[in-house]
Design a protein. Sequence first.
Length: 136
Amino acid sequence: MSKSAILCVDDEAIIVMSLMQELKMNLGDRFVYESAMNAQEAFQAIEDLMLDGITVILVISDWLMPGIKGDEFLIKVREKYPSIRSIMITGQADDAAVERVMKEAMTSAVLRKPWNTRELIESIEQCCSNGECTCP
């Protein structure tokens, strides 16, 4: 059975570290956890994990990042890897960006910063069980 991964993307290292720590504490070793500081690193991480036989099932991304906004990034992820699900975490996304990412990237949840850990874990659990993401 191949391993499944969750990829956390945020341009602030402290946010990525905090997010990954919470995921590990609450989800244990059910998943491989990977991080990226921008969209380019994220796409490289997805490719690298795939080469290692690890399936990326979920991307958790910030919205406000240099180069490309989170909604645009998650739409590109959805276009290139339709089986990867997504959650966006934001402190600043406007309603149009939230609506767009829900519709075009089929993002399963948009959480506000600072996120509520229980809400985040519940969103992941609703999406991912037995190493597979089943939400739209």
